[in-house]
Design a protein around this ligand. Structure first.
Ligand SMILES: Nc1ncnc2c1ncn2[C@@H]1O[C@H](COP(=O)(O)OP(=O)(O)OP(=O)(O)O)[C@@H](O)[C@H]1O
Length: 260
């Protein structure tokens, strides 16, 4: 579905330049949940941003269903709303002045007028808010009236309103309490199956990755050092960095994640 070939991203400022992503080759298969794991600063979010159109690759190609997403610095949408995203922090990613219904409907404004499907929109909105575990009356409320988990459910509904096929989930539950985290992860899993979605799931939490993903790519200093089936990566990690990640993170976090 997505083919990343020799992608590099260099951030340049007046004083310096830094390679956030380098020599990246990666395939994301239709219908899978691919995990991207790595410590802070390893380039995970930069990769996600290049796929959703927020950062242009410095070199290399990214194709979606065979079509190039970038031509120099210009991003081409395959179909507006086809690729969506859910970010980590539901506090800052939802406009505090907007009512929930307007937040969820907002991505439709990016679609051409003919595709906004005004007819039936209200029904779709009600269906969606209920599907993510909230109530119809919540549609008229403001974000501050909700808990972190509920706000992330709103962000998920917003991502789904355009009927995407592919969603970049960038640390979608990292800001949540562990029990709430499990509920949101389960919701994401159910939605992926029901709607035959493909996810790129970014996390630094190995337990969450193991619970969610069929395959995992391990990033270190902007490069993918290892990619494979989750089971293989966890049972027989080949790269020294993956081994280190597993030994340092799992023992503490697995205890925390028992509820999952
Ligand atoms: N807009 C930017 N300008 C300059 N440098 C940036 C920019 N965005 C990211 N970087 C740098 O690129 C590197 C990779 O950052 P990135 O956010 O992709 O990593 P990450 O693995 O997602 O980390 P985290 O888990 O902390 O979000 C970091 O060194 C970061 O400081």
């Amino acid at each position: 579905m997505i083919e990343i070939t020799q992608v590099e991203k260099v951030y340049t400022s007046a004083s310096q330049s830094m390679k956030a992503v380098q020599s990246m080759d990666l395939t994301i298969q239709e219908g899978e949940i691919l995990g991207i794991v790595g410590e802070s600063g390893s380039g995970k979010s930069t990769l996600g941003k290049m796929i959703i159109g927020l950062e242009a690759p410095t070199s290399g190609t990214i194709t979606y269903q065979g079509k190039s997403l970038w031509n120099k610095n210009k991003y081409f949408r395959v179909r507006p709303g086809e690729i969506q995203t859910v970010f980590q922090d539901p506090q800052s990613s939802l406009d505090p002045r907007m009512r929930v219904k307007d937040i969820i409907l907002e991505p439709l404004l990016a679609l051409p007028r003919s595709e906004r499907k005004i007819k039936g929109q209200a029904d779709k909105l009600i269906q969606l808010i209920k599907r993510v575990g909230l109530k119809e009356e919540h549609l008229d409320r403001l974000p501050h009236e909700f808990s972190g988990g509920q706000r992330q459910r709103i962000a998920i509904a917003r991502a789904l309103i355009t009927d995407p096929s592919f969603i970049v989930l960038d640390e979608p539950t990292s800001a949540l309490d562990v029990s709430v985290q499990a509920q949101v992860l389960n919701l994401l899993k159910e939605l992926q199956k029901e709607r035959k979605l493909t996810y790129m799931f970014i996390s630094h939490n190995m337990s969450v990755i193991r619970y969610m993903c069929e395959r995992v790519a391990v990033m270190y200093k902007g490069e993918i050092v290892e990619v494979g089936n989750t089971k293989d990566i966890f049972e027989t990690p080949k790269h020294a960095y993956t081994q280190k990640l597993l030994s340092s993170v799992l023992t503490v976090q697995e205890k925390k994640m028992v509820e999952i």
